[in-house]
Design a protein around this ligand. Structure first.
Ligand SMILES: O=C(O)CCC(=O)C(=O)O
Ligand SMILES: [Fe+2]
Length: 354
């Protein structure tokens, strides 16, 4: 990773890419330079800040305002759109403790259960495409939160436009002949918009690991675009020093983009899907009062996934005599099934928090 003061590197050591030229330049050379910069950052770090991504600030402000209105509802109101039981569908409202993010991949249910004992102190609401029969949306009644469905649907598709630009740039940066190569597998109908709220929690509980905001994990899909408020707490593993996490300090208006596991596999491990977590806000003014409560945090990840029947096999530009193909082809659907099984308990925990 780069260091403080190096060109294009923030104090948090995550590269910053200005995407304005990709969106506006008519010069192929200028576009290629942005594409290479982006792909290089994905190879080295797997995480990157994108500025001038194309989503207007007032739309982002409205998205955070919408999330706040949602999470300010009572538990009973939010439970009018409950996340369905089981690991297959990721839609609707998950109350604090329902989802336990776990990096455990071996499939032994007992070990998975142990890892899930510390509930994550967060609540979330997930929205997808209305044209995804495998993952039907779960909506609140319109009267409970007027305009919610309309706004989140609009925001979902606006995010997809940016996602497609990023995928086009990455195809070019990876060296694929067809700039549409990745887009062909990403219609946008299998993406997931997630509104996340981390309620205030005693700093001491996070320090002692009695509760977690979100433990270290990697994302499963192709890329994730994340918008965060100014609270802080997101940390990213330094790929050159396993176990060392560096802050992904909030940068107003920027989107934090990262590579997911499936794109890492697709690229024969040339792009990195990097561990990240959400922990204590680093600044003391984000911890308030005699009880040392952390401030509430809001974030909005947008998970970009390939369509379910996409066959993920090593990208043509990612293998040669020195780099033989490492993985068997797999469909997105088969791959995500394995990952999803570990994220949600088979039945609801007894102490469903309100
Ligand atoms: O809340 C955040 O900043 C990170 C969220 C995240 O990593 C996830 O939902 O996978
Ligand atoms: Fe994540």
């Amino acid at each position: 990773m780069g260091s403080v003061g190096e060109a294009g590197v923030t104090p948090s050591a995550i590269p910053v890419i200005d995407f304005a030229k990709w969106n506006t330049s008519t010069s192929k050379a200028e576009q290629l330079a942005v594409a290479k910069e982006l792909t290089d950052a994905c190879r080295r770090v797997g995480f990157v800040y994108i500025v001038n991504h194309g989503l207007p600030q007032d739309l982002l402000d409205q998205a955070f305002y919408t999330a706040k209105r949602l999470f300010d509802l009572t538990h009973e109101q939010k439970m009018q759109a409950p996340h369905p039981d089981g690991p297959e569908v990721h839609r609707g409202y998950s109350y604090p403790g329902l989802e336990k993010v776990s990096q455990y991949m071996d499939g032994d249910e007992d070990v998975g259960k142990q890892l899930r004992q510390v509930g994550d102190c967060k609540e979330s609401y997930e929205v997808g495409s209305e044209e995804n029969p495998l993952q039907p949306n779960v909506w609140l009644p319109e009267s409970t939160l007027p305009g919610f469905k309309e706004f989140t649907t609009k925001f979902y598709w606006e995010c997809n436009k940016v996602a497609q630009s990023l995928l086009r740039a990455m195809a070019l940066g990876i060296g694929l002949d067809d700039p549409e190569y990745l887009i062909k597998y990403h219609t946008g109908h299998n993406n997931q918009l997630r509104l996340l709220h981390y309620p205030p929690v005693a700093a001491a509980d996070l320090e002692s690991k009695r509760v977690a905001r979100m433990p270290a994990h990697s994302d499963w899909g192709s890329i994730t675009m994340l918008f965060q408020d100014d609270c802080g707490g997101l940390e990213v593993e330094d790929p050159t020093t396993p176990g060392k996490f560096v802050p992904a300090t909030p940068m107003p208006g920027a989107c934090v983009m990262n590579v997911g596991d499936l794109l890492m596999r697709w690229s024969n491990d040339s792009l990195k899907s990097t561990l990240h977590r959400v922990t204590l806000p680093p600044l003391s003014d984000r911890i308030e009062g005699a009880q040392r409560m952390t401030r509430a945090r809001y974030s909005i990840p947008y998970f970009v996934s390939a369509d379910p029947e996409s066959l993920v096999e090593c990208l043509p530009a990612c293998t040669d005599a020195q780099n033989p193909v490492k993985y068997e082809p797999v469909t997105q659907r088969a791959y995500s099934k394995v990952r999803a099984k570990l994220q949600y308990p088979k039945s609801k925990p007894v102490s469903a928090a309100a």
